[in-house]
Write a protein that binds this ligand. Structure first.
Ligand code: FAD
Length: 844
């Protein structure tokens, strides 16, 4: 057993092996991979995944990682045995609603460059003859999907890594870690101590337990998942090939199926989620498996029909396998038999109740632990994404950034409550339960709520706020009390919304929109993540992390990008210089705070302190904003004394505040911050003073439409790490001459290269059509981009969308089409922003 290594990877499942493989390809040597089980059928989840790979996903990153995995597994082989069978897939529609949704899913595929088609029942049956086409309405067919041989792929990748200097050790459980100065320094195992500077945890369902040994939280819950293999099917007698049929999903009944030689494998998500506490997983020492050899030979661990009898399956014993519970499979089995009638004549030849991981939002957890340097995590990953996650985490470790934007998988994306056991369980439960459901992008989680409320919550409730949840916060979306405003407004004359665009929405938001433009509205901005960056090194530190010039007098406000090494927009933030060495940074979530902390110098010259909890903020916006705030304050809110993009400490009544003159809705006004204890008083003062002026409280639906009319970008939708500020139309925030900063070299190169694509505004021909986001954009019969944001703008009377277009199309007047649930809507590229292009209202 080695005593030193550059990196120790814990877990030789699909993720650990993929990471070792990719790091070896990046030139890393001296890697040790350890697993508590025997190599390579370790007894982890990978050992019993039947390997179905469906690439379609609403997340571009998840789809990309699956696409990459398909390519990778397709190129790998083990002793001339393939690691991937590209048999294609069918997701069938049992209901009209599902059929419609399949068109939406095909749209995602097109947006992300994945070929798929919606086909009729007969065509589906032609591909999968066992299907009863009279029971289905159609199917989404993805020819590139298929079956991954996960254990085989593990061994193939491990062999490559071994050939490039990596060592693999089975039967080597991790028992602890040594740390010093906030860094990991050694891994303790059953076979001895390994001194190391880096650890990568790929422990699957054991991840939370192993992480805890190092004080690192891994927010996932193990879930049981039932899968059976049938006795041989009449139609497949004599079939010697392992799989030729496309893999199948029957999502309306939460089921899936695949051919396994002359039988079928059927899996179910239909039963109530059966969660397992990580501490209750049996220790590996109890695993005395006579089937070890068989598992490996059978690859994946599910035994071949000819190789194992039902009796021996009954003694199946692995630490990550629970007793099979037939009562959870009876109903699902009947449901599957309805569309695969041949199952009625079959029995269970083998049953499996394995475990795998679900996080609070269903996506993997990837990145360096925020509280322990050198301790990396790649957890809650399906075989489907194992190839891609291995590549991404290897790039992050080797270069600091990945080829793909990783925001959906970032270990830093969780708020503190998301690491609590009740939250992980409640959300993990829902993720499992809804895994095949048709979900509206704004569909709200029901529990646990409410978690975080602003000081204005009671007032908002009294006004009939309809709350949506975001990062735990209850955020008003619109206020039912504004129905009177709606009656008075001319919103009724606009086209009514239909279908999905009308869900999780109210015309009241339109009235709030117009009231903000015409009079004044109060917006609760408390959930906006913000932190204080202070200390003698604060300015130099922030200058290094941002693209804009922050060396400005106290009281200045600067909008800027934070880029990564590749010049990609890591985030966009608003930096307020409160004093010589004190800044407020308003950002996009906990990942930004973690990014700042990670880059902060270790000498204590810079303090990064999150201030979101304990403070609150009201946005007072509209042409009458000055009329509202001035009488409440002895401070001067005139344009001369308090110009646009400046901040001052002021009093509103008795309440000490920091007010900054910025507006994400594009109107005159201020963000007014105070501590939470004064929050209610602040709200009440503003509310009372606003009533004679016609002030209303307004919600985020109006807010989003207002910001889009002004062309204000939303990070995570309109730009992310794969876009440069130039492409996003944020070149004005890049001051290459201010000195060195993170991403500067890449941005210089990007500027020299010129733009090949650009974020554009497209106005739909028919203003009754409102799209949701992520839809493909077509031009000349090709998909040329996808929708990043979309809305109906009540002030401009237009339905419009944003998206990146090739530079040839990025000029006003160019024609495109947006595909929405299978229909194509014509649109024209427009000069942006659509509303108040010179910002006169902001500066009034
Ligand atoms: P694992 O394969 O579990 O590997 C983790 C490794 O860490 C284990 O080998 C374990 O022994 C080791 N380890 C843990 N603790 C320690 C320690 N203290 N010391 C040393 N080693 C340790 N996914 C798909 O994409 N398609 C499917 O069709 C599919 N079907 C599935 C069906 C079932 C029944 C199940 C259970 C899962 C299925 N999955 C499927 C999910 C998929 O199998 C897993 O998500 C994936 O294999 C997880 O890979 P991993 O490398 O993270 O974890």
């Amino acid at each position: 057993m080695q005593t030193h290594a550059r990196l120790v990877i814990i877990g030789a499942g699909i993720v650990g092996c993929s990471a070792a493989y990719h790091l070896a390809r990046l030139g890393w040597r001296d890697i040790v991979v350890i697993d508590q089980g025997p190599l390579f059928a370790t007894g982890g989840s990978t050992s019993h995944a039947p390997g179905l790979v469906f690439q379609t996903n609403g997340s571009q990153t998840m789809c990309r990682m699956a696409q990459y995995a398909v390519k990778l597994y397709g190129e790998l082989s083990l002793d001339d045995q393939p690691c991937f069978y590209p048999v294609g897939s069918l997701e069938v529609a049992y209901t009209p609603e599902r059929l419609r949704d399949l068109h939406r899913r095909r749209g995602w595929g097109r947006s992300w460059g994945l070929h798929s088609d919606v086909i009729g029942p007969a065509e589906a049956r032609a591909q999968l003859p066992l299907l009863d086409d009279s029971k289905i309405l159609g199917a989404l067919a993805v020819p590139g999907d298929g079956i991954a041989k996960a254990v085989r792929a593990c061994e193939a990748m491990a062999r490559f890594a071994q050939a490039h200097g990596a060592s693999f050790y089975g039967r080597t459980p991790v028992t602890g870690f040594e740390t010093a100065g906030g860094r990991v320094t050694a891994v303790l195992t059953g076979q001895g101590r390994i001194a190391t500077e880096q650890v990568l945890l790929c422990g699957g369902i054991w991840g939370p337990k192993v992480g805890r040994l190092a004080g690192v939280s891994v927010p996932l819950t193990p879930c049981q998942h039932q899968y059976v293999r049938t006795t041989p099917l009449r139609e497949l007698l004599g079939e010697t090939r392992e799989v030729v049929h496309p893999i199948l999903r029957h999502q309306d009944k939460a089921m899936y199926a695949r051919q396994v030689g002359n039988s079928y494998g059927v899996g179910s998500y239909q039963h109530t989620p059966l969660l397992v506490c990580p501490d209750d997983i049996r220790p590996h020492e109890t695993w005395v498996s006579a089937t070890e050899i068989t598992e490996k030979d059978n690859n994946n661990a599910f035994p071949q029909p000819s190789a194992i009898s039902v009796a021996s399956v009954a003694t199946w014993d692995m630490p990550s396998v629970m007793p099979f519970t037939p009562e959870h499979f009876d109903g699902p089995w009947q449901d599957m038999a309805e569309i695969l009638p041949t199952l009625r004549g079959a029995d269970f030849a083998a049953t499996m109740n394995g475990m795998f991981s679900f996080t609070p939002d269903g996506n993997p957890v990837v990145g360096e632990a925020p509280n322990l340097r050198g301790f990396w995590v790649a957890e809650a990953v399906w075989v489907t994404h194992g190839g891609g996650v291995g590549k991404a985490v290897a790039e992050l470790m080797a270069t600091g950034s990945a080829e793909w934007d990783m925001r959906d998988c970032d270990i830093d994306r969780f708020e503190p409550h998301a690491h609590s056991a009740p939250y992980v369980l409640a959300r993990g439960w829902t993720q499992y339960d809804e895994v095949y459901d048709i979900l509206h992008p704004l569909q709200q989680m029901e529990q646990p709520r409410p978690l975080r409320t602003s000081p204005f919550y009671a007032r908002q409730q009294a006004l009939g706020a309809v709350f949506f949840e975001g990062r735990g916060w209850e955020r008003p979306q619109w206020f039912e009390s504004n129905v009177e405003t709606l009656k008075r407004s001319n919103v009724q004359t606009f086209n009514p919304r239909l279908g999905w665009a009308a869900r999780c929405w109210s015309p009241i938001a339109g009235a709030e929109h117009l009231a903000t433009r015409e009079h004044i509205a109060l917006y609760d901005m408390t959930p906006l993540t913000r932190c204080e960056v202070a200390g003698p090194g604060a300015l130099a530190f922030l200058q290094h992390l941002t693209t804009n010039q922050l060396e400005k007098p106290a009281g200045s406000v600067v909008y800027t990008c934070m880029c990564d090494e590749r010049g990609g927009v890591r985030s966009d933030v608003t930096v307020t210089r409160l004093a010589e060495s004190e800044f407020q940074v308003a950002c996009n979530g906990p990942a930004d705070i973690a990014w700042l902390r990670r880059h902060a110098p270790e000498d204590g010259r810079v303090l990064v302190r999150e201030t979101t909890p304990g403070t609150c903020c009201v946005g007072v916006w509209g042409p009458r904003a000055r009329e509202l705030v001035q009488p409440l304050s002895g401070d001067d809110f005139s344009n001369e004394t308090f110009p646009y993009f400046t901040a001052r400490r002021v009093y509103i009544g008795e309440v000490p505040c920091m007010a900054q003159r910025v507006s994400y809705v594009g109107e005159l006004g201020w963000e007014i911050y105070t501590s939470a204890d004064y929050g209610l008083r602040l709200w009440d003062l503003l509310w009372a003073a606003g009533q004679p002026l016609g002030a209303i409280a307004a919600g985020r639906t109006a807010f989003d439409a207002l910001r889009l009319e002004k062309g204000y970008r939303l990070w995570g939708a309109d730009m992310h790490a794969e876009h440069t500020p130039y492409e996003a139309g944020l070149g004005f925030t890049v001051k290459l001459d201010k000195g060195d900063f993170l991403g500067r070299d890449a941005l210089i190169r990007a500027k020299e290269r010129g733009l090949s694509r650009k974020l554009c505004c497209m106005v739909l021909d028919d203003s009754a059509h409102v799209v949701l986001g992520k839809e493909p954009i077509w031009a000349d019969g090709q998909v040329v981009g996808y929708v990043s944001s979309a809305t109906y703008g009540y002030s401009v009377g237009k339905s419009f969308a944003y998206g990146y277009l090739p530079i040839e199309l990025a000029s006003a007047g160019a024609r495109v089409e947006i595909e929405y649930f299978g229909e194509c809507y014509g649109a024209t590229v427009a000069r942006e922003p659509l509303f108040d292009p010179h910002g006169a209202r902001l500066r009034s």
